[in-house]
Design a protein around this ligand. Structure first.
Ligand code: CO8
Length: 262
């Protein structure tokens, strides 16, 4: 792997490099997303794209208080309207890269996931949360609207009614509520979050990586399409899965009554 010295990111490798555990680390600002953090996340994605050993990427926040408390509000003061539009586009394009990365990405939400923090978590494939996690889109309390695709991804995850409620009140919801409305996949006691996320990541790292990449592609590309178009994409990707050595190994292992080695 190329570099480990991205600013404001802490990096751990698990399972012999198959799992990357990356913490966003700006404790003085509750891990708020400054331009520098976004640049580092982009470099992380470059490295993740080039590392064939990588099976699962986990994103979390450093410390116990926050995943990410939003975009860096202090950087808004000097921004023009045009700067803000460009910043929103950059953030959206960056977050979309987590969706198109052909590896599962897990957000391990350990505390506040607000504004850009929730938007980042929603660009990940799974959200696993601690029981002290809190989620909100508080931009309207700042006279703003979500700009990193919060008004786009939240209704797709939880439906328009709840998304409008969250974006128009800015109110925080707790982890249990986030679980109930389908915003997060699972909730764990805060002290167990890391171990539980690593257990889930290990499970994913044992599945056929090419198949997971195709599943991810089928789900994300199907979201914006009608049923028939999405089915056509799935059928095409199903055919591609049949070309892979993973399929040969998976089917053979089943017939030989052994575990597949992917
Ligand atoms: N940006 C910059 N600094 C922050 C942020 C933030 N988002 N959040 C917290 N901080 C800083 C605080 O200013 C404080 O620093 P200092 O000690 O220097 O004053 C430090 O972190 C600790 O925070 P608090 O003292 O406020 O801690 P509390 O426990 O009292 O409160 C909260 C915690 C509730 C999380 C509170 O800090 C808060 O409300 N933060 C702001 C949350 C927010 O509004 N987030 C949304 C930001 S807007 C956004 O994300 C838009 C994304 C799209 C951008 C599109 C491009 C233009």
């Amino acid at each position: 792997m190329a570099k480990f010295d991205w600013s404001h990111l802490k990096f751990e490798s698990h399972e012999d490099g198959k799992i990357w555990w990356v913490s966003i680390s700006r404790p003085e600002a509750l891990n708020a997303l400054s331009r520098e953090v976004l640049t580092s996340l982009s470099q992380l994605l470059d490295a993740a794209t080039q590392e064939p050993k990588l099976r699962v990427l986990v994103l979390t926040g450093d410390g116990e208080k926050a995943f990410v408390a939003g975009a860096d509000i202090k950087q808004f003061e000097s921004m023009s309207s045009r700067d803000a539009e460009l910043f929103a586009q950059e953030g959206q394009a960056l977050f979309a890269r987590f969706e198109s990365l052909p590896r599962p990405v897990i957000a391990a939400v350990n505390g506040f996931a607000l504004g850009g923090g929730l938007e980042l978590a929603m660009a990940c494939d799974w959200i696993l949360a601690s029981d002290n996690a809190k989620f909100a889109l508080p931009e309207c309390t700042l006279g703003l609207i979500p700009g990193f695709a919060g008004t786009v991804r939240l209704p797709r995850r939880v439906g328009a009614a709840k998304a409008l409620e969250m974006a128009m009140t800015g109110s925080q919801i707790k982890a249990e509520e986030a679980l109930r409305i389908g915003l997060v996949n699972q909730v764990f006691p805060a002290a167990d979050l890391k171990a539980q996320v690593l257990t889930q990541a290990q499970l994913l790292s044992q599945r056929a990586p090419g198949a997971l990449a195709l599943i991810k592609k089928s789900v994300h590309s199907g979201q914006g399409l009608n049923l028939r178009e999405a089915e056509a994409i799935e059928a095409n990707l199903f055919g591609r899965a049949f070309e892979s050595p993973e399929r040969t190994e998976g089917v053979r292992a089943f017939l030989e009554k052994r575990k597949p080695q992917f």
